[in-house]
Write a protein that binds this ligand. Structure first.
Ligand code: SF4
Length: 446
């Protein structure tokens, strides 16, 4: 039996894909990339933005046509499967199995029953531990699920429920198993990893749940497993404590890369988004991070065209970019999601203005990315080569600071950790030479 799992979305979706694939492998499935060769197709879809939902609709249309020609089972999973919009699509396109994010372990019984089924969110099933991947150098480890925040544009609290933290012992065991299987880079994963182990609620003053370490102490503990590279995603500025910054500075395996979503540079917009912090608070976090970790690389998420965003608000986002100087940024046009508080506001920014703001922001980011990338020219860095680049004769990977790097395949013929010297840079890529393999052990910060 052959399965095809199509993933549209974030690291959370990728993690869920791995969880589904390992269960399917356990009952004898092999995997193909082309759904036309599969007996089972699982579409794993994010619902945070409108684009992946539109794409999912189009793929489900293709799958419905495929179903008319031959016998296949089609499943919809991920955040979309949890929403009324997804349920309607499931019925319309003849989907056989609907699996919300909290019902991943229902996949095997669902296939065995083989008729239309929809599984409700089950928080207790959240922390399925997939077996270590074979021949993979990077892996995700889920440490929290769900989110307590109430950002007004976001559907995640509806689809993934309230925050739940996984036991620290289980996390450490999974990281040790990955390390023993040859994985060199682990990313700790959650909607808001910084609130790991905290009691229910919101804000910067939550206490720890009995028996849980803080996120900072979890980083220290996982760092002691000897995994060479440790990353984490995603952070929320309100929970990014001084102690986390200390833990980063003290733990050599933690890569000096922080993704700290800001979403907007204007206090007025931040308030309407219910982000719980001000521009000044955010910039103070950045100042503290840079003080303690001068070589850190930073990235962010930004939404342009949130309802009511004026040109002046947008200028605040541009000026925040100039103050922070991100290495990279993920920038999006606001898209209304049914069921979110922001959907009650009139989406009053004309599309051409949203596009214009996005283009200007991308240009500003390009300026700072180039500034940050070219500062590496002439320096030696550690790179994790993960495979061939698109261009012939090149291999690609990432530095500890998450900068994309390519090297000639002649000098880095296999995947793994290398030390290389950066020869030139573009705003999105470092080019390097002189690769020397790094013995697998805790890397150095460059
Ligand atoms: S922090 Fe806000 S944007 Fe992030 S998942 Fe939670 S509600 Fe959504």
């Amino acid at each position: 039996m052959r399965a095809c799992v199509i993933t549209l979305g974030c690291q959370m979706n990728e993690y869920d894909t791995h969880a589904i694939q390992s269960q399917l492998a356990g009952i004898g499935y092999t995997f193909v990339d082309n759904f036309k060769e599969a007996d089972l197709v699982m579409l794993n879809t994010c619902a945070v933005r409108g684009k992946p939902v539109d794409k999912a609709r189009s793929i489900l249309g293709d799958l419905r046509r495929e179903k008319r020609e031959r016998r296949i089972t089609v499943g919809l999973m991920g955040c979309l499967a949890q929403l009324p919009e997804g349920q309607e699509m499931g019925l319309k396109y003849g989907v056989d199995i609907m699996l919300g994010p909290g019902a991943l372990t229902e996949i095997v019984p669902a296939i065995q029953k083989g008729k239309f089924q929809s599984f409700e969110f089950k928080q207790e099933l959240n922390f399925y531990t997939p077996p270590p991947p074979v021949g993979t150098l990077s892996a995700h480890v889920s440490i929290t699920r769900g989110c307590n925040h109430k950002c007004t544009y976001c559907i995640v609290p509806t689809t993934r429920g309230a925050e739940v933290s996984r036991s620290a012992d289980d996390i450490v065991k999974e990281v040790e198993a990955l390390r023993d299987a040859g994985v060199v880079e682990v990313s700790l994963l959650g909607q808001n990893v910084n609130s790991y182990g905290l009691e229910p609620g919101l804000g910067p003053n939550r206490k720890l749940l009995p028996g849980f370490p803080s996120f900072a102490d979890l980083l220290r503990r996982v760092g002691r497993t000897g995994i060479p590279r440790l990353r984490f995603i995603t952070s929320h500025p309100i929970n990014f404590t001084d102690d986390i910054i200390e833990a980063l500075a003290e733990t050599p395996s933690v890569c000096r890369y922080i993704h700290l979503p800001v979403q907007a540079g204007s206090n007025r917009v931040l308030k309407r988004m219910a982000r719980e912090y001000t521009r000044e608070y955010y910039l103070d976090r950045i100042r503290k991070i840079r003080e303690r970790l001068p070589d850190v690389s930073l990235s962010t998420d930004v939404i342009v065209g949130f309802p009511g965003e004026t040109e002046e608000d947008f200028q605040d986002t541009l000026s925040l970019y100039d103050e922070v100087r991100y290495d990279m940024a993920y920038m999006f046009i606001y898209s209304e999601r049914a069921g979110t508080p922001a959907a009650k506001h009139f989406d009053d920014i004309p599309h051409d203005i949203k596009v214009n703001r996005l283009m200007r922001l991308i240009e500003r980011q390009k300026h700072w990315s180039w500034d940050r990338y070219r500062a590496w020219v002439g320096q030696e860095v550690e790179v994790l080569i993960k495979g061939r680049a698109h261009d012939e004769g090149l291999m690609q990977g990432h530095t500890r600071g998450n900068h994309a790097v390519v090297v000639p395949s002649g000098i880095a013929p296999t995947t793994g950790l290398y030390r290389v010297t950066v020869t030139h840079a573009t705003p999105h890529m470092l080019y390097a030479e002189g690769a020397l393999p790094v013995p697998t052990g805790v890397g150095t910060h460059a």
